[in-house]
Design a protein around this ligand. Structure first.
Ligand SMILES: [Zn+2]
Ligand SMILES: [Zn+2]
Length: 531
């Protein structure tokens, strides 16, 4: 006996009728329109097209990200779409431009499946009511316009064609569009077993406590403006930013964007936007003055207060973009404007170490750890500009190549600067790789004690202060009262200050002085920015 819907056992026949995908259409949107055309419930169409195999009544939401070869083949055969038309329905078709459109595969107790990044909305979507209403063509009059796949991306917050910000809630039940309702598992299409709904009707369950078939979908139309004629037009500058981002998301769009004065691929540019946006979000309300679009800072205020109250937020929340396009617009447009400038001094205040010891759990510390993990995806312009501000020095592959900035006029005194600063382990490794090899059997010490010494040397150079006053962060963390550290460090200072210095110390001094210059320039920039 074969189970209905088991794609491995039932040969799937082509559907009696099919439907051409609309431009930019998502897989759930296409299924909703196709089901409407065939007069079937979406769940039945998923079975007939091989999406809901293995006896499942409906398909997992991860399928909107990507269809594997078997499923894509069955879907293409049954719907009579070309393979490229099928792949274009999935979010992964944007992975050349948008880094998190590439699904991450995972295998756990539920089997292997694709995972979406939190920078793709898979459990609900934003939408433009007017786009859903269709363009007046016959086929769109019959089945509505496209639920667009780009509406699933946090960087898409407005519809330039209709000059409006996107919606995300049903105007009637106030639940997120195409969401399954609170507590329900997120599926490719919520309530997919319910037939007879128009593609633009709300499928959220009205009374989630009525489980199973007693639960009733809301059914309100999402393709009519909530208050016809009263929706204010979105400001032109926001729409211009949205237009730029939408063009970057297209495979045939521009190959580069400018980010902090240097060319970036679209993927790098979106990685820059994400990091700036999570910094603005995590540092709220200190970042408020950087939200420059009129009125949008208030939206962000409300949103952040709504999710966290006054408690400190987990870092994942700071990196979770809001589904609501209003605070989303505030974050994304502010990030774009910051990246449009030639430097990142505007972020200096948010990245400056707090006085009296920044903890690893401070928003700044958490953001820097995130940068360590994700920064390699960012653009050269962003990395070159952000690293001096975070105390991470120029990358080894881009180091000064003989150019040296003139020594900056340092305008701060020791107690302003650097009280909780040391050379981080990644930077220290970078410095070690820049050192020339030492001949002979006696190799120079490159221990944590040396890192402590080098941190003091940079500190003393920047502050023009006495090195004995330098903070001893690494020693405090690691030496655990090791009595040899004092003596070893005294020896290092002896060789460092000797004239002429031995080759190892001469090379180390050159590198550390360059570090000091780069850091001082950054701090000096911040200082003048603050003043
Ligand atoms: Zn629209
Ligand atoms: Zn509703």
């Amino acid at each position: 006996m074969t189970r209905a819907g088991d794609s491995r056992q039932l040969p799937l026949a082509p559907l009696p009728r099919s439907l051409d995908p609309l431009p930019d259409e998502s897989l759930p949107g296409y299924l909703l329109r196709l089901a409407h055309r065939l007069g079937l419930a979406p769940a039945r169409v998923m079975q007939l097209t091989g999406l809901a195999g293995d006896g499942l009544q409906t398909a997992r939401r991860s399928l909107m990200m990507h269809l594997d070869e078997t499923r894509a083949g069955a879907f293409s055969r049954t719907t009579r779409l070309a393979a490229t038309e099928v792949s274009q329905l999935c979010i992964s078709s944007m992975s050349g431009q948008y880094p998190w459109a590439e699904p991450q595969a995972t295998a756990d107790q539920w089997g292997s499946r694709a995972l979406a990044d939190r920078w793709v909305f898979t459990s609900a979507t934003r939408y433009c009511p007017q786009c859903l209403a269709g363009d007046g063509s016959y086929v769109q009059q019959q089945h509505g316009g496209a639920w667009q796949k780009a509406w699933r991306l946090p960087v898409v917050f407005a519809c330039p064609a209709h000059r409006r910000l996107l919606e995300h809630l049903c105007p009637s039940c106030r639940q997120p569009a195409l969401s399954a309702g609170p507590g329900a598992p997120a599926l490719l299409i919520p309530r997919a077993g319910d037939g007879g709904l128009y593609p633009a009707q709300c499928r959220a369950v009205l009374r989630p406590q009525d489980a199973g078939r007693h639960a009733r979908p809301c059914g309100a139309r999402l393709d009519t403006p909530e208050r016809p004629g009263e929706d204010p037009l979105a400001p032109g500058d926001l729409l211009a930013i949205q237009d730029r981002l939408l063009r970057l998301l297209r495979a045939e769009g521009p190959a580069t964007a400018m980010s902090v004065g240097q060319p970036a691929t679209p993927s790098q540019y979106f990685a820059d936007i994400r990091l700036v946006s999570s910094l603005l979000n995590g540092a709220w309300p200190h970042s408020r003055n950087l939200i420059t679009s009129p009125g949008t800072a208030g939206d962000l205020d409300q949103y952040i207060a709504g999710i966290s109250g006054t408690a400190p937020r987990r870092h994942s929340l700071c990196d979770t973009p809001p589904l609501d396009a209003h605070p989303g617009t505030a974050l994304i447009t502010a990030a774009v404007r910051i990246l449009d400038s030639d430097d990142l001094r505007a972020l200096g205040d948010l990245l400056a170490p707090a006085r009296g010891g920044a903890s690893r759990k401070s928003p700044r510390g958490r953001w820097i750890r995130r940068y360590h993990r994700a920064g390699h995806n960012c653009s050269d312009g962003f990395r070159d500009a952000i690293e001096p501000l975070t105390g991470i020095f120029q990358r080894a592959d881009r180091r000064s190549r003989g150019r040296r900035a003139p020594a900056p006029q340092v305008t701060f005194v020791p107690e302003h600067a650097l009280q909780d600063w040391c050379i981080g382990t990644a930077t220290w490794q970078d410095i070690i790789t820049q050192l020339p090899p030492t001949k002979g059997p006696f190799q120079p010490e490159l221990s944590e004690c040396k890192r402590q010494f080098a941190s003091e040397a940079v500190w003393a150079r920047i502050t023009q202060g006495e090195h004995l006053l330098a903070p001893r962060i690494i020693e405090g963390q690691l030496s655990a009262g090791d009595p040899t550290w004092d003596r070893r460090r005294d020896n290092m200072w002896h060789f460092y200050l000797a004239s002429p210095a031995k080759p190892h110390y001469a090379a180390l001094k050159e590198i550390l002085n360059a570090c000091a210059e780069s850091l001082a320039t950054a701090i000096d920039g911040q200082t003048s920015h603050v003043l």
